[in-house]
Ligand binder design. Structure first.
Ligand code: SF4
Length: 352
């Protein structure tokens, strides 16, 4: 049996039963792929199911309010991806009558849809002959062909594609990388072992060529509840390292272990220094841990003791909004918000 058939047989017998694999539509695959870019399957499934319940098709999602979409994204992080997905659905709805385009060129013109996502959707939903290349597939391809040059992996993946079942083949390759061809591979269980050059040559540890593990950066994030007439300030500041496109409580970064060359990305903006020097604040007991990509973060919450004056100049030029306390979680839709709001005292925040 040739390699592709062995792989397909193995996949048919071993595939995980995942909701986006049942009657896969372009839309379902699209949502699942965007979610999987940032989360493991097990963690993403409940959120995916809930998302599909609320937005069962492209049209419903494109008509939805952005705040509602972001709320359904809570727990996944990377809100820009939710925002892009939402906007992209609106484009597909108006430009292609709600049907994801079938050509690779057109698919790649959709904002937020890169080569991997386009190839995944086209092969799985429409049976188009495009091989995908995600992190897992790269590892398999590199070992299968003993090829260290990353630039050659896409062509090799294309040449290895099962022409009759491109969608299943792509999923099988990803599944093989996720379950068998792991960084420490389980070659004894591998359905394509006898076709694998690295296995045959006993050179598996050389492939893929080692990449430097990203070092974890540690830092503290101090969020500030800044009030004016019983409302709390949120700010959107796209120049900052975190929450670029999201309204957040204003925050300070402290104790950051950042290489000097990246330090400017983590600098605190001058309006934060202005706020701190203008308004006394006190910390609210409690701290929590959080991770964003390769950042290990400790979270703290503070409240200011008097109102920010109406004529406060330092915020000029930024998007700001004032929201009521009970709207905070909705208006700052991040899992970080959920964590820090737990520090709030039961008897209200600003009672004397
Ligand atoms: S034989 Fe081993 S190294 Fe080769 S593809 Fe299979 S699991 Fe990966």
């Amino acid at each position: 049996m040739e390699a592709q058939s062995s792989l397909k047989l193995w996949f048919d017998q071993n595939k995980r039963d995942l909701p986006f694999r049942n009657k896969p539509s372009a839309y379902k695959i699209w949502v699942s792929e965007v979610m999987l870019q940032q989360t493991r399957v097990a963690a993403m499934l409940p959120l995916y199911n809930q998302f599909l319940l609320s937005f069962p098709d492209m049209e419903t999602l494109s008509r939805a309010d952005e705040t509602e979409v972001l709320e359904h994204w809570r727990g996944l992080g990377y809100y820009s991806r939710a925002r892009n997905l939402h906007k992209a659905c609106q484009i597909v709805t108006s430009r292609y009558n709600g049907r994801f385009p079938e050509s690779l060129d057109e698919a790649l013109e959709i904002p937020g849809v890169g080569p991997y996502t386009a190839r995944a959707i086209l092969s799985m939903a429409y049976g188009k002959k495009y091989a995908v290349l995600d992190g897992n597939v790269k590892r398999v391809i590199s070992r299968l062909f003993t090829e260290s040059d990353e630039k050659k992996w896409q062509n090799l993946a294309d040449s290895f594609l099962n022409q009759e079942h491109p969608g299943d083949h792509n999923q099988a390759m990803m599944e093989l990388g996720a379950l068998v061809c792991l960084p420490k591979p389980l070659c004894a269980k591998c359905p394509i072992q006898k076709f694998c050059k690295a296995y045959t040559e006993n050179s598996i540890e050389q492939y893929p060529p080692g990449k430097l593990e990203k070092t974890k950066l540690t830092l503290d994030l101090h969020f500030f509840m800044i009030k004016r007439k019983d409302k709390i300030l949120l700010i959107k500041d796209s120049s900052r390292r975190f929450f670029k496109n999201l309204f957040t409580l204003p925050y300070l970064i402290e104790n950051a272990t950042i290489p000097a060359k990246d330090a400017k990305n983590y600098m605190n903006p001058s309006y934060m220094n202005e706020i701190i020097s203008n308004i006394q604040s006190e910390s609210i007991p409690g701290s929590s841990s959080h991770s964003i990509t390769h950042h290990k973060i400790k979270l703290f919450l503070h409240k200011t003791l008097k109102d920010l004056p109406e004529n406060f100049q330092a915020l000029y030029g930024f998007e700001t909004k004032w929201v009521e306390m009970d709207r905070l979680e909705r208006e700052f839709p991040s899992s970080i918000a959920k964590k820090i709001l737990k520090f709030l005292p039961q008897n209200g925040l600003f009672q004397e």
